[in-house]
Design a protein around this ligand. Sequence first.
Ligand code: F6R
Length: 363
Amino acid sequence: EKGLYKHFMAKEIHEQPGVLADALARYLTPDRAAVRLPVPVDFTSASRIVLVACGTAHYACHVAKYWFERFARLPVEIEVASEFRYREPPLDAGTLGIFVSQSGETADTLAALRYVKATGGRTVAVVNVETSTIARESEVALPILAGPEIGVASTKAFTCQLAVLAALAITAGRQRGTLDAAEETRLSTALATAPGLLSRALALEPEIAEIARDLSRASDVLFLGRGSMYPLALEGALKLKEISYIHAEGYAAGELKHGPIALVDDAVPVIVLAPTDPLFDKTVSNMQEVMARDGKVLLLSDAAGISWAGEGTWRTLALPTLDPFVAPIVYAAPAQLIAYHTAILKGTDVDQPRNLAKSVTVE
Ligand code: F6R
């Protein structure tokens, strides 16, 4: 039940620190200094990883690509299930397919899993519903432990998917000898801080509700990010469009000048997701290009980032200072709250947005 919340979506957004902590308790050692998967996965025989999913789960895979490449130095492809299955790409026994699905019943993701099995590849499912078809048909099924997700827009499943994929990427790095013990400890310790950081990010809700007043009057909104924040820009835009029906697009910040900047004027809010990471300066220069064209920038960063680059922006949201590794998990919270509060002001049905179904069991 919804309890004190008006919508399942609000309840599920606020459940994240708790469910994420529970999930991490199953994926980290008790001292939080290393990763320990509940079911073993072998990465030593893989020559490449293919991550397959739809929608929000696909964006979780997109974030994971950055982690697997960096920690395990393996070639990684990310695939939209509906495209992958009909392309019939050449695969071999060295392919490790990872299928991410909240429901575990998405028709295209299931078909992609069957395709990888038929071509001799190995299969790992990352699911919320442990009794689902995708969980049953894969060789290994890893639970994300988010608990039932009722709101059609995926929220807590996304952050729990990220936590499990992070644990998998660290495991892959350890097994392949590309990540040493000290680095595993640093990453695991950072991952353990995610629930607390996420709850601090959720405390920005009153400010976000205020910003949503202006966003709810926009007809187009752009989201920008670089590196592992690029998929968060895509996810922020998807969340906003699906529940508020405002047209929104996410772009890699560096792609802006290759076309989308033509859309920018003083009526288009541009939401920049920019923790202070090694790419921060690059993102800031893209943001300044937007401001030079009268774009209304909402900058999401930490205190240092905002004091460095906040001048001239329309609004800022100060997120906690964090290890950039966990930024995709923590910045998901404001992205979800931006969509939620904008939709509330638009008066849409946030738990049951028009035309959408929670589980897409037909292609
Ligand atoms: C967006 C959303 C969808 C799902 C997608 C995959 O908020 O919920 O994009 O992420 O339909 O569903 P699952 O994860 O059940 O395979």
